[in-house]
Unconditional design. Structure first.
Length: 108
């Protein structure tokens, strides 16, 4: 029995947290940016609107980056996991972390 098969419940839990954060954090960043922009528009201050628009753009960029970071990390680790005897162990770990809802890759 390998480390990845013994630690499946841990990797499953980590995968669920990553799945939630990958969706919730970008949405919250965009919502908070829209609220700030709405407040600035209601105040009718051109400087505040410009500042809030820039802040919203920064938050949207941060949200997109946060959404794609797990994908990029998964690609990098899959390249590392393609080497020899590590391949079988890596598939179990990566399957639980990258797609915890797929029962064929990660059995709890």
């Amino acid at each position: 029995m390998t480390f990845c098969t013994q630690a499946q419940p841990i990797f499953y839990t980590v995968g669920l947290f990553l799945l939630v954060f990958k969706i919730v954090i970008p949405i919250l960043l965009i919502i908070f940016g829209m609220v700030d922009l709405g407040k600035a528009v209601i105040s009718s201050d051109d400087k505040a609107v410009s500042k809030a628009a820039k802040s919203l753009l920064n938050r949207v960029i941060a949200g997109v980056c946060i959404f794609f970071i797990p994908t990029i990390v998964g690609i990098v680790f899959s390249m590392v996991g393609d080497f020899g005897e590590v391949k079988g162990q890596y598939d179990v770990c990566a399957g639980c972390i990258s797609n915890p809802t797929n029962s064929s890759k990660c059995h709890q």
